[in-house]
Design a binder for this molecule. Structure first.
Ligand SMILES: NC(=O)c1ccc[n+]([C@@H]2O[C@H](COP(=O)([O-])OP(=O)(O)OC[C@H]3O[C@@H](n4cnc5c(N)ncnc54)[C@H](O)[C@@H]3O)[C@@H](O)[C@H]2O)c1
Length: 254
């Protein structure tokens, strides 16, 4: 049974991904900043007869990432798939962003992706058919108002995807990313709750978001998980360096 490590597995897209991998027969390391959330998703998978183990990690912390990888590799003696998915929204346009906001956006979303990739790559190389999937975003591919630091961090993830694909293709590791559009999760909801004075305004803001989508609704975490599973397994065996948009047609359809 191949081992898949998913960061940010405690909620939203990561949680759906951990569950999808388990349903596909993978043993899943569920890593998250929240110990309770990691434990919950691992228990949920076990209750559905899947194989999972929870690990607590701060992906922005080098020592913590090293401990996560040690635990992951120690569990079943290897690692075939890594989904570097943990991320956090940091809002603000150029003139409102503080240096602390910028650093926070980069730390979790970009440095976290780098540290996860660097610590796991030797194990993916050793596996012989390893795959790494990042969770980027549509904001890495097109401009969007009010998320300058977050978008810059996701742009770094997209560039890292292509660079690592080039460096590690000769060593048998494929590296790809998904670029989700608006997916209804605690991350996206918190963005609009912070802007809304009441429930009615919150619902109105959510409606404004989906009005821009050719397929006019929010994405579901499970729809992103499906694309991640595709990129992480032999279903996509001749793909590397791709940033795969899963976004209801937002970027390409007018
Ligand atoms: N929801 C969207 O609309 C959307 C769109 C594009 C990209 N994304 C990206 O998808 C990924 C998952 O987002 P989501 O919407 O599922 O969010 P979410 O808030 O539902 O889940 C994120 C998870 O990551 C964990 N996490 C946060 N910081 C961490 C850290 N430092 N170390 C380890 N874990 C940490 C959180 O505890 C949480 O469980 C993120 O990278 C996000 O940027 C989301």
């Amino acid at each position: 049974m191949a081992v898949a490590l998913v960061t940010g597995a405690g909620s939203g897209i990561g949680r759906a991904t951990a569950r999808r991998f388990a349903a596909d027969g993978h043993a899943v390391v569920c890593a998250d900043l929240s110990e309770d959330a990691a434990r919950d998703v691992a228990a949920e998978i076990a209750a559905a007869q899947g194989e999972a183990v929870p690990v607590t990690v701060d992906v922005a912390d080098e020592a913590s990432v090293a401990r996560m990888v040690e635990a992951a590799v120690g569990w079943r003696g290897g690692l075939r798939i890594v989904v570097a998915n943990a991320g956090a929204m940091v809002e603000g346009d150029l003139l409102s962003l503080t240096l602390a906001d910028w650093n926070r956006a980069l730390a979790v979303n970009a440095t976290g992706a780098f540290l996860t990739a660097r610590a796991t790559m030797p194990h993916l190389v050793a596996d012989g058919s390893g795959a790494l999937v990042f969770t980027a975003s549509t904001v890495a591919l097109a401009g969007m108002k009010g998320v300058a630091a977050y978008a810059a961090a996701k742009g770094a993830v997209a560039a890292l995807t292509r660079q690592l694909a080039a460096d590690f293709a000769p060593r048998g590791v494929r590296v790809n990313a998904v670029a989700p559009g608006a997916v209804r999760t605690p991350l996206s909801e918190s963005q609009f709750r912070a802007r809304a004075a009441d429930e009615a305004q919150f619902e109105a803001l959510l409606a404004q978001v989906i009005a821009r989508y050719p397929l006019p609704r929010w994405g579901r975490p499970e729809e992103i998980a499906e694309a991640i599973l595709f990129l992480a397994t032999d279903r996509s065996s001749w793909m590397t360096g791709q940033i795969l948009p899963v976004e209801g047609g937002l970027l390409e359809v007018r």
